[in-house]
Design a protein around this ligand. Sequence first.
Ligand code: PGA
Length: 261
Amino acid sequence: MKKKPLIAGNWKMYKTASEAVTLVQTLKAAVHPVMNVEIVICPPFIALSEVSKVLTDTPIELGAQNMYSAPEGAFTGEISPMMLKDVRCRFVILGHSERRQYFKEDNILIHEKVKTALKYSLVPIVCVGETLEEREGKAHFDVVKTQLDECLGNLEKDDIAKVVIAYEPVWAIGTGKTATPDQAEQMHSYIRRLLNERFGKELGVKVPILYGGSVKPDNARSLMEKPNIDGALVGGASLKAETFAQIVREARMAYESGVNA
Ligand code: PGA
């Protein structure tokens, strides 16, 4: 059975706190009423507190784009899970390819962050995905398997039920080149198989696997109709309220047509 889709907006390093408030107010109106879809907004850290106030009493959830693996301490410039909880974040994106590429985050650090997130009851959105070179070298399945194995590390069965995976092929991020629904589904069903093997089918099927990489209103539905694509992590297209709202509607239509089929 199809899961209720989860659509997460990753605003990256865009929008000042005041611009973020304006965007989230417009967005709140544009996606109303929220039905048959779960929405998460991930603004920059400095906007979380103000955006959180706008989202009070709405079903839209708040997420952060990163956090550090320690609960507190002398880590200049870092943000802790307790700080995120304090502004009512429920989700945190971990291991985004931009963190891996520009800030040299590796699977070991990402695993530490995943454990910390779970300890503080934050839902980690764990990102995996291959580069173009890796895909062309036919190494994409192996790369994603290693990322998944190492980022999840020794998680217990109880923990996996609280994790979201995002498959984001690096060559599709911000490039306008989306994986075709078939290409994406091929990787999603592979990830599903790995999760089932490792944690048992009952738990494996429950883990939401999001697709990310140039998701737009015109490709969202065909991606989301695939059996193992449970939602999207949306970058560029989440910065315009109407475009994001349209993706949310497409996801809802894909879900409703699947349920009623
Ligand atoms: P994009 O980014 O939608 O702009 O390709 C996706 C992401 O980086 O999460």
